[in-house]
Design a binder for this molecule. Structure first.
Ligand code: SAM
Length: 337
């Protein structure tokens, strides 16, 4: 293990396409308190054993190494990150790392009512909440749980506390929730929410398929019946979303179109899975194992080398096409989305 004298390595994570990978998304658990149609398979989901999941100490060590290499932005995700004991403590430790410019959280919002104040106190300001329906029964049909009211109260509370922006993620599925595309669009008129339509990606085992996919151009066309979509200037924290605003709206509407308009050329992401693997692409199962090394006494330099290796091997683009069957075997919960 190295001492504090290790020289900074900043900005080493530049891949063959000259993309600077400065964004690490971390799945801290594969457990979830929902079972969304598009994310969870039929029947029992095999769970990682406690010992297979990285400890917070291990995650923080890897974050520190990543930061030395140039990681500046972290998103905590899952599974459902808030179901893991101590998640808020981890958030606090991350937000107090001076090198990190942005630490954010993706949650399904089920536990926001009891936890939103603590999350804010931990220094988090930007949250993404997944909400695939504004109708109680439909929400239960998609997620398997009658929790719409709970999530909605959580979003309202988060807004009152001062989180901004609050992004609301919707995976639009044909015949399931596409009748609500305009309702979600309208939500952005009266509220400062950033509504973001995410194209369904066939990942792992789920109860939906590419047949249920609705691609961005179609969603966008439907939304324009509410008014013109005015492009909003992108900033550094936007990631892949193409952002718009309906005229006079308080909020925004964004589209994340991994398949119809892939953004690989701008991808700055690495992903740390709950079981300690480093993935350079959401849509490729290729990964570099870190956990064994981490637990086998590897030095920080050896672990940094794994980061570099993952970056060197990042493909120029993914090759999943629209309407294709799943080619990604890993489950989304472990990868983190
Ligand atoms: N539990 C948290 C949540 O619900 O936001 C974080 C984990 S979840 C895997 C992260 C995001 O991935 C959510 O916005 C979810 O809708 C999205 N997601 C899951 N499976 C997906 C799929 N097959 N295609 C597109 N997005 C998906």
């Amino acid at each position: 293990m190295e001492s504090d004298k290790t020289p900074p390595m900043d900005k080493e994570l530049v891949d063959r396409e000259k993309r600077h990978l400065n964004y690490l998304r971390i799945s801290i658990t594969d457990r979830c308190n929902l079972r969304c149609l598009y994310c969870a398979p039929e029947g029992r989901i095999p769970k990682l054993k406690h010992n297979d999941i990285l400890s917070y100490e291990e995650i923080l060590r890897l974050v520190n190494i990543g930061v030395r290499l140039g990681i500046r932005k972290i998103r905590i995700t899952g599974g459902e990150p808030l179901v893991r004991k101590g998640a808020i403590g981890l958030l606090r430790q991350l937000t107090t790392m001076p090198e990190l410019e942005d630490v954010s959280l993706t949650t399904n919002g089920v536990m926001l009512v009891p936890k939103a104040h603590q999350i804010f106190a931990a220094g988090i300001r930007r949250i993404n909440v997944s909400l695939d329906s504004l109708k109680r029964e439909k929400y239960a049909q998609i997620t398997g749980y009658d929790k719409f009211e709970q999530v909605w109260s959580g979003i309202q509370l988060a807004r009152k506390i001062g989180f901004a922006p609050i992004k609301i993620n919707i995976v639009a599925l044909r015949g399931i929730n596409d009748d609500e595309i305009l309702d979600f669009g309208r939500l952005s008129l009266e509220n400062p929410f950033h509504i973001r339509f995410i194209e369904y990606m066939p990942i792992g085992n789920s109860r939906t398929s590419s047949r249920d996919q609705i691609l961005t151009p179609e969603i966008q066309e439907r939304i324009t019946s509410l008014g013109k979509l005015i492009p909003v200037g992108n900033n550094l924290n936007d990631g892949p979303a193409r952002r718009y605003r309906l005229e006079g709206a308080r909020g925004e509407i964004g589209f994340i179109s991994a398949l119809s308009q892939h953004f690989c050329a701008r991808c700055n992401r690495l992903r740390l899975t709950a079981d300690g693997r480093l993935r350079a692409c959401l849509l490729s199962d290729h990964h570099e194992p870190l956990k064994q090394l981490l637990r086998g006494g590897a030095s920080d330099d050896q672990l940094a080398e794994i980061f570099r290796l993952a970056v060197r091997q990042k493909a120029a683009r993914h090759h999943l096409s629209c309407n294709e069957l799943s080619t990604v075997k890993d489950q989304m919960q472990g990868i983190g989305g």
